[in-house]
Design a protein around this ligand. Structure first.
Ligand code: GLC
Ligand code: CA
Length: 568
């Protein structure tokens, strides 16, 4: 099968199904809801959909704890509903990729239920079991095999009396890690891939895929590390490349599909080990976190404020670091981060900053992903109490902060600034009761409270306004898809030292694009480099109506952004 690398021309839309659209009126998003919205999704100009997990799951981590990899969560519908959505997407010229979560499963997955039952059953070696350092249950004074932390819930080990052993969980207790060193587990992963690809799915987003191979001795980590002890023994572990190459060769190469791996804390040089094009290539792209570190409890347990220069440096490092040899995945929002306008922009200049943020990444080299609600400028929500959070990782971070003496009210503030909950409020479709998210008569209680600003910020209102952020996303996506320089061109940055302006160009013979984005609510002076005579360019996109193309030096207004096209 020839890989066409179609993903290089794609723009993806990410659906977090629980909060996208509720078709049957029970207050939980579902596939019939998605089906109703396929025309809307296609109207954005996107050419692909990524679904966060749709599989049956106890929802301890909202689907990232999978109980059955071959079916659909009954709350969301059936396999038949899924096939309707898949066909509907394909009919509209959109590909569809699934989330593949194989670092861990749910503890309610049948494999784990059997694995924990005894030491001699067909699944006994499917997870990472070890004897305690000191024998016995924790009550009897037993201690875990090593000192690793889980990223979501205290220590990384849970005791199982049936086996008098401990299992490893890098995430929550209900997310036991699979033993990828077991060939039967890898064969099962290949089976899962084939199952969905044979159905017509176009690829996978692979959850924390850089964690799947652990140093077999599972050594103790430095006890003085404040958090994430153990990570250096499983991030980019000893056999990760071998396993990913196997998956590629045994399965993926037989399909014209694509993969994007989630890779926390990876450098461009490391990314090339996974993504450099050639016979050994393992993944088509990775999601990096470097530009997403500020103001997020998920990536940093004491969130630091946004700094434009850090953001630019991170994006630029990846643009030049992967350049010709590999391909970037581009995003500024997903289900793991608070809303980008609240984080990196300004709620006061919501539409302006939303547009500037859009321009800061949509014209880079790579495949862009847009997260549900980003296109209408949804913002962070407000939680009254820490207990109103529904996010397992937030609980854990708060617990940690409390142990170092951070007060309840300071924790609540952090949660309101930086928790994953903000990305997970229901999609705001209209100003009606239930925000148009709740199906049926709209009266059911949504599974998680709708952001109180839904009467102002919603799809219907944005559709009525030709200058809305939504209209801007549509224009930007169309423009991006029309210009070969966005796929092919070289990346070049200007004004690197500026704390207020992000200016970059994409250049190839015959076509150049200059993007200028302000990140301040003050006026900010900009002068174009001498190779860019703005009077000769076409101003294709701007978030202020009365902008002119002629001056080469001018003041950008609050969060003003401009995209100029030069064709010679
Ligand atoms: C990834 C997912 C996140 C999940 C975690 C554990 O980071 O994006 O939502 O909680 O993996 O599966
Ligand atoms: Ca529903």
């Amino acid at each position: 099968m020839d890989r066409t690398r179609w993903y290089k021309d794609a723009v993806f839309y990410q659906i977090w199904p629980r909060s996208f659209c509720d078709g049957n009126g029970d207050g939980i998003g579902d596939l019939q809801g998605v089906l109703q919205k396929l025309d809307y999704i296609a109207s954005l100009g996107v050419t692909g959909i990524w679904f966060s997990p749709l599989y049956p799951s106890p929802q301890a981590d909202f689907g990232y704890d999978i109980a059955n990899y071959y079916d659909i969560n009954p709350e969301y519908g059936t396999l038949d509903d899924f096939k309707q959505v898949l066909d509907g997407a394909h009919e509209r010229g959109m590909r569809l990729i699934m989330d593949l979560v194989v670092n861990h499963t749910s503890d309610e997955c049948d494999w784990f239920v059997q694995s924990r039952a005894s030491k001699d059953n067909p699944y006994a070696d499917w997870y990472i079991w070890r004897d305690g350092k000191t024998p016995g249950s924790p009550d009897e004074g037993g201690t875990p095999p090593n000192n690793w932390d889980s990223l979501f819930e205290g220590g990384a080990w849970e005791y199982e009396p049936n086996r008098d052993q401990w299992y490893l969980h890098i995430f929550a207790k209900k997310q036991p890690d699979l033993n990828m060193d077991n060939p039967a587990v890898r064969a099962e992963v290949e089976n899962i891939m084939r199952f969905w690809l044979d159905m017509g799915v176009d690829g996978f987003r692979e959850d924390v895929i850089t964690y799947i191979s652990k140093v077999p001795e599972l050594p103790n980590d430095n006890p003085l590390k404040p958090a994430a002890r153990g990570m250096r023994f499983y991030d980019h572990g000893p056999r990760v490349h071998e396993y990913l190459q196997q998956f590629r060769q045994n399965v993926l190469n037989a399909y014209d599909c694509m993969t994007v791996g989630e890779a926390p804390m990876i450098s461009p040089a490391k990314a090339l080990e996974y993504c450099a094009e050639g016979p050994q290539q393992e993944l088509d792209m990775v999601f990096t976190f470097e530009h997403m570190l500020a103001d997020c409890l998920f990536t940093d347990w004491l969130p630091r404020p946004f700094d434009l220069r850090q953001y630019k440096r991170a994006l630029g490092r990846w643009q030049t670091g992967l350049a010709e040899d590999a391909w970037n995945a581009l995003y500024i929002e997903n289900h793991d981060h608070p809303r980008i306008i609240s984080r990196y922009g300004s709620e006061e200049y919501r539409e302006e900053s939303g547009k500037s943020l859009a321009c800061s990444y949509l014209f880079l080299r790579g495949t862009p992903f847009v997260y549900q609600g980003q296109e209408i400028g949804m913002t962070n929500t407000h939680l009254e109490r820490i207990e109103d959070s529904v996010d397992v990782s937030t609980f854990n971070q708060v617990r940690r902060l409390q142990t170092i003496g951070v007060s309840e009210s300071a924790c609540l503030q952090l949660v309101n600034r930086a928790s994953r909950d903000h990305a997970r409020t229901p999609m705001q479709w209209s100003a009606r009761q239930g925000a148009g998210f709740v199906g049926g008569d709209g009266t059911a209680e949504p599974w998680f409270p709708i952001n109180s600003n839904f009467q102002d910020i919603n799809v219907e209102a944005a559709e009525d306004d030709p200058n809305s952020l939504l209209a801007f996303y549509r224009e930007a996506i169309v423009l991006r898809r029309r210009l070969p320089v966005i796929r092919e061109g070289r990346y070049r940055e200007f004004k690197r030292q500026s704390h207020t302006i992000f200016a970059y160009a994409r250049e190839m013979p015959g076509q150049r694009v200059l993007v200028v984005c302000s990140f301040t609510d003050k006026l900010s002076f900009f002068s174009a480099a001498k190779e860019y005579d703005l009077a000769k360019g076409e101003l294709c996109l701007c978030n202020y109506e009365d902008a002119h193309a002629e001056d080469n030096a001018f003041f950008l207004r609050p969060y003003e952004c401009r995209v100029y096209l030069f064709e010679e």
